[in-house]
Design a binder for this molecule. Structure first.
Ligand code: CP
Length: 304
């Protein structure tokens, strides 16, 4: 049985295959509408979510399957002290596959050790968010037509933003990728990502606090929210939350075919005046998330 806990659980070939299937689903939705008849996904969300939980549920419904689950820990027996491992073991009796989000890093991994059905990490603390990364890869492939030869700007909370950690890990396996890491000094990319992923794979990168410094070089600009829920003190969050606000003015030097991404939810980091710019891809990105999750469910359930 295969789980998806970390993006590295998938080889580049497997990711390319998932992207191929997701594109086929987009083009031929009807062909897939009964692939999961009789199957159920359980969404166990111990942290808030809109896109990830609902896109998993929409994905399973789009495949003809059914959904069950909870959207907050308080409505489960975890609130009475039940462990994540026991919860997962029980839910595996009621479902064929589980998507889990948890505030603690490693919780989905712990769950997978005892689970009788495939576990998908739907975000664990500030650590990883592999299905967001699959969403991002499908978006880049569809919007740019390639996953190599790209200069990618990552902007915002690079310290706590789990989506950028997983994205760097995934993109470092493609050819000729350069990263521009744009963040306040307090929210720089963690050392373990720089050393163990970027430097180990000889990926070119530079760090800056200025969002406009490399704007003309970027093929992709990936904005992120300052992760309020991971801060230890409110004053630091308030000081840093509006450090970057992307607007039309800041895009003046950007390429005509720049792809502007954001995993969402957005707070203030992209002004709404950018939403009608043809380079704004973040709402499409959320839609791509449903199709790549459909492809992933099929893969983990071993349905052709
Ligand atoms: N991108 C993302 O994970 O969004 P949600 O928190 O709404 O699931």
């Amino acid at each position: 049985m295969k789980h998806l806990i970390d993006i590295k659980d998938l080889s580049v070939e497997e990711i390319d295959e998932l992207i191929k299937v997701a594109k086929d689903i987009i083009a031929n939705k009807e062909k897939y509408s009964h692939k999961c008849d009789g199957k159920t996904i359980a969404t166990l969300f111990f942290e808030p979510s809109t896109r990830t939980r609902l896109s998993f549920e929409a994905a399973m419904i789009g495949l003809g399957g059914q959904v069950l689950g909870f959207s907050e820990a308080a409505s489960s027996s975890v609130s009475k002290g039940e462990s994540v491992a026991d919860t997962t073991r029980i839910v595996g009796v009621y479902s064929d596959i589980i998507a889990m989000r948890h505030p603690k890093e490693g919780a989905p991994l712990v769950a997978s050790l005892k689970s009788v059905v495939p576990i998908i990490n739907a975000g664990d603390g500030g650590h990883n968010h592999p299905t967001q990364t699959l969403t991002d890869l499908l978006t880049i492939q569809c919007e740019k037509g390639r996953l190599d030869n790209l200069t990618i700007g990552l902007c915002g909370d690079l310290k706590f933003g789990r989506t950028v950690h997983s994205l760097v890990t995934a993109m470092s396996r493609y050819k000729n990728i350069k990263f521009i890491l744009i963040s306040p000094k307090e929210l720089v990319m963690p050392e373990y990502i720089k050393k163990d992923v970027l430097e180990k794979n000889n990926i070119e990168y530079c760090e800056t606090t200025d969002i406009e410094e490399y704007m003309d070089k970027l093929d992709v600009l990936y904005m992120t929210r300052v992760q309020k829920e991971r801060f230890f003190n409110e004053a630091d969050y308030v000081r840093l939350k509006d450090y970057y606000i992307l607007n039309k003015e800041k895009l003046k030097k950007a390429k005509e075919d720049l792809c502007i991404m954001h995993p969402l939810p957005r707070v203030n980091e992209i002004s709404t005046d950018v939403d009608d710019d043809k380079r704004a891809c973040y709402f499409k990105q959320a839609e791509y998330g449903k199709y790549i999750r459909m492809a992933l469910i099929l893969k983990l359930l071993e349905i052709k």
